[in-house]
Design a protein around this ligand. Structure first.
Ligand code: ZN
Length: 202
């Protein structure tokens, strides 16, 4: 069973509509929303493996938006049902794991991806319910300090929005898509580069 009940004809029609309608400019109302449904559903609609919100173009994001309007409730896969392509699924998970390793290698302490379940409406610089880089140990590099067991984007002023981070279910591999975490990670990479240059200079 596919992750979508949309027929190939419907998908073709939606893809053509997206090409016609998306236009050159992104729609913030769509972009700011979470990508609908599951990774498997997004992959089925896109016609290629979906690797998270930053892996797609604006017309593709628009496509997912209109496809979700057409299919607000995709079929749920029964656990016992063999997946359509085990091999594809395995390769996809391997790719995700490799992508996550490349990201986590840049974090100086042990970290994993966790979803934020803290319930809040909306904040200017912070989007609820995204997947964060979650620190299992205290991090201190340059002027960046984070206590252990917090997201990388943690700040005392945002603490109340960053409370609930249960571990992911076993086998659930995700890539972080929190923009604030990403910004902090870029700062860490910069600090690490400066420090290693300074060490070489002495
Ligand atoms: Zn974050």
């Amino acid at each position: 069973m596919s992750a979508t009940a949309l027929t190939e004809d419907q998908l073709q029609e939606l893809r053509e509509r997206a090409r016609r309608e998306a236009g050159p400019f992104t729609d913030p109302r769509i972009i700011s929303r979470e990508v609908p449904h599951s990774f498997a559903w997004a992959s089925a609609v896109l016609g290629r493996p979906y690797g998270g919100p930053r892996s797609i173009t604006w017309p593709e994001r628009y496509l997912l938006h209109i496809a979700a309007e057409t299919e607000p409730t995709p079929p749920t896969r029964r656990p016992s049902e063999p997946t359509q392509s085990r091999e594809d699924g395995r390769r996809y998970r391997e790719q995700l794991a490799a992508d996550w390793k490349a990201i986590s290698d840049q974090v100086p302490v042990a970290a994993e991806v966790r979803h934020n379940y803290t319930s809040v409406r909306h904040l200017e610089f912070y989007r609820q319910g995204v997947d964060h880089i979650y620190l299992l140990e205290e991090l201190h590099i340059g002027r960046i300090y984070r206590p252990a067991n917090n997201s990388l984007c943690y700040t005392p002023s945002r603490a109340r929005y960053l409370r609930e981070f249960p571990p992911l279910a076993a086998g659930d591999i995700r890539l972080p898509d929190c923009r604030a975490c990403d910004r902090v990670l870029k700062r860490i990479v910069q600090v690490a580069a400066v420090e290693s240059t300074a060490q070489r200079g002495t």
